[in-house]
Design a protein around this ligand. Structure first.
Ligand code: 5GP
Ligand code: ZN
Length: 302
């Protein structure tokens, strides 16, 4: 059995993750959630004084905004759309018949106006654009959302529905690159406090197809994405538990985000993979939080 399946089974046995019959879709126990809640409070201790505006969006977003975002150009393989039954009595009868005989009942389902949110920051850009120009001093936002990515896997660190906490910064190039650097430093400090082994490396998103290869190379060459890696199911291939993304003025241009002087805003976002961080803690310190070292418990629960 490989390390990933082994760790997944141990998490099921300990009751920390709850099987649903679908790879990458799990319930979480109270103890698991308690670690996430405590870690989020630690994030607040580090970032709470920065003056971020908090917003919480549901895990589904406006399909029109999703289309404008260009997500289907870059990651069609990861997207999840919400479809619904929109037929009449007759259609309903044939749907039930299909289900009865074990045929595909989903092909008549129609797309709704909702798409599953792929990253916590996606609903933010059009929301901020509607407000008008951004102050020259920039703006900071604090987000958290369940996100969906269609990548079924036995690796407990690769889930299809997982939570991302994000800080998003909009402003001048200097402002948003300083923001990103400060969270790279804070991220390392936070993980070290928690006794986790960390490294930061340049990264790229899994852009789709042949054209995607070029986009990935470009992202790497320009240092647009960094990840904070922690060993979970492999020491040789540690898992990305945070990402630090500089979008230059790409989102500013796409969404019409301008500063008060008319310049296009630059943006950057910093994401915490909350399930991954909890898994890194359970992997490193053991599957029962009551057995964790006192200094680690103190940082999380005071
Ligand atoms: P990104 O947008 O950089 O791909 O993802 C942001 C963060 O979300 C990642 O650094 C990671 O911590 C988390 N994340 C990304 N993909 C997955 C996944 O498949 N499962 C889980 N649990 N977390 C993920
Ligand atoms: Zn983001």
């Amino acid at each position: 059995m490989d390390m990933q399946t082994n760790f997944l089974d141990r998490l099921f046995d300990a009751g920390l993750l709850i099987e649903t019959g679908v790879d990458g879709l799990y319930g979480r126990s109270g103890e698991f959630e308690d670690v996430i809640a405590a870690f989020e409070r630690l994030i607040d201790r580090f970032g709470g004084q920065d003056g971020a505006e908090a917003m919480r969006f549901p895990p589904g977003m406006n399909r029109a905004y999703f289309e404008t975002s260009g997500y289907m150009k870059s990651f069609p393989q990861l997207a999840g759309t919400v479809h619904s039954f929109c037929g009449n009595d007759h259609d309903h009868m044939s749907l039930l018949k299909c289900m009865e005989v074990g045929e595909d009942w989903t092909k008549e389902q129609e797309a709704t106006d909702i798409v599953l949110t792929p990253a916590a920051c996606y609903p933010l850009y059009p929301t901020v654009a509607r407000r008008g120009a951004l102050p020259m001093t920039g703006k900071l936002f604090d987000l958290q959302s369940y996100c969906f990515r269609h990548e079924p896997s036995k690796d407990p660190a690769r889930q299809q529905l997982f939570r991302m906490r994000e800080y998003v910064c909009m402003g001048t190039e200097q402002h948003v690159t300083d923001f990103r650097q400060s969270w790279m430093d804070r991220g390392v400090e936070m993980m070290k406090l928690l006794g986790l082994t960390v490294e930061i490396d340049v990264a790229n998103d899994p852009f789709f197809g042949r054209a995607g290869k070029m986009m990935a190379n470009n992202q790497r060459d320009q240092n647009l994405k960094f990840e904070l890696l922690i060993p979970i199911t492999s020491v040789a291939k540690p898992t990305a538990c945070m990402s630090f993304n500089y979008h230059q003025d790409a989102f500013g241009t796409k969404w019409g985000l301008n500063l008060e002087d008319g310049a296009v805003a630059h943006t950057a976002c910093v994401g915490f993979g909350l399930e991954r961080i909890a898994l890194a803690l359970f992997h490193t310190h053991g599957l029962s939080t009551s057995d964790w070292q006192e200094d680690i418990r103190k940082i999380l629960w005071g």
